[in-house]
Structure formats: structure tokens, C-alpha cells
Design a protein around this ligand. Sequence first.
Ligand code: 9MG
Length: 277
Amino acid sequence: MNHDFQCGRFQLALARPHVMGIVNVTPDSFSDGGCHDRADQAIAHARQLLAEGVDILDLGGESTRPGADPVSAADELARLLPVIEGVRDLGVPVSVDTCKPEVMCAVLDAGADMINDIYGFRLPGAIEAVAASDCGLCVMHMQGEPRTMQQAPVYGDLLEDVSDFLRRQTAQLLAAGIQAQRLTLDPGFGFGKTLEQNYVLLRRLDQLQELGLPLLIGLSRKSMIGQVVDRPPQARVAGSVAGALAAVARGATIVRVHDVAQTVDALKVWQAVETAA
Ligand code: 9MG
């Protein structure tokens, strides 16, 4: 199943897997927090990811790690807007990871091409904030909310519950007039899932292909990798690349990662294998 993905100023042909590079603009992110909290550093980091072959930049102004404290829309925008200004003409789509409708509206006005919402456009006003634009969307599944989500996640049937949520949100977005070509779906690894649930979800990711939309996944440097390899976040590169390949093998077409150069190389080899005559 190959799709074109309408993403603001860009139309991405997802015949090959695409790499979304993470640019945190937060002082407290779990993996590289504190390194890119100033706009000029974030912009330099984005340029570095571009040189490494990134396809989409994903800017985040509020940490989504388990236990993270919320930030106000004003603070989030103060972090994001100078960075959007600095990266919007680099030639790749600019995604913003946010769940707040007012932030969505402001970053779209500032030139963002995509909204990546870990709440899956559930919060009041979120759908309206994106409906009238042509931005791409990532609809992610999360049980609970970041502050408490890892306390005791419980599912009836994990795959059914995740796919029911994604199907319901897709129906709401389509009903609001948003074209299917603007949507990507994400099972939300690490968002209200135990270690075992994360790996069941990854192993059975291909089942989500029946939803008929491109799958975007993020597991880079997460604790589901760390707990298997027993290493701190910065040393989880090989584990993260292995996880990304496992997801691509099961139908993911966009992988959200910290380590762009290594993931791009791995996917080039993957692609060479898959397209060999
Ligand atoms: C912001 N963010 C952190 N982890 C993520 C994931 O797995 N998927 C998406 N779409 N966004 C994420």
C-alpha cells in the first residue's frame, strides 16, 4: 500500500520509508533535553539533520516524556515560533508536535506543514484548528495523559483498542472535511503501554495497515528500547534502528527518530534489499 501524503507545501511519495527527525525545543526532554532549548541551537540541529538526509522535521516545545509537567500555550509558542521561522525554508516539511489548538493555529500561520498530536486531535478545538488548512496530521493513540500514562495501562484487546481509537478519530477528521491524504496514524509506542504491550504492538503492527492510511511510528531511544538493551538514552541508537526496521517491515512508512544519519543508512540498505530484482 503506497500513499502520497499531503503535508502543507509538500506532497510526499511514501513509496519508500521516510525519516522524521526530532528537534526538541524543550529544557526537559528525556533524551536530549537541555541541548536545544535555545532557538539558534535548535535551528543548527535541524540543519544538521537535513545534512544527514531527514525528510520531515518535527519540532516540539513541550516534553511528552512520562511524568512531564505541562507548559502554557504562551511558553510553548515562545519556544517554537523563532525555530519555525529559522527552519521553514530549508526545503523539507516542518511538523510541530503539539496538542493545544491555539498553538496549532499559531504555528500553521507561521508556516508549519504538519501537526503531530499525541492526543490524536481529541482535545476540544483541535480538529477545528487544523481543518481549514492543508497541513498533514499525525493522529496518535495514547491511553491516559503523559503525567500518569505509565501507571497501570490496561486494555481489553490491545490491537483492537488502538485500532478502534484510530478508526474513530479518522472518521471524525474526515467528517470535518479533512482529506484522507492528509492523515497518518500512529499506535503511540510508550504512551500508556507496558513494555510487553509495546512489543506486542510492534510485532503485530501490520494489522493496523487495514486502516488504509500511512503508519508513522516513534520508538527512538524510548524505554522500550532501553529496557531491552540496558543502556541510557544516548546509547540506544542501534536498538532504535533495529526497532525502526522492524516497524518498516510491518508497514510503517514514516519513522520518527533522533538518530537520523544511522536510520537513513539502515533504510537505504533496507530499500536496496526490497527493490532488488
Ligand atoms: C512527540 N512524540 C513522542 N513520541 C512520539 C511518537 O511515538 N509518535 C509521535 N507521533 N509523536 C511522538
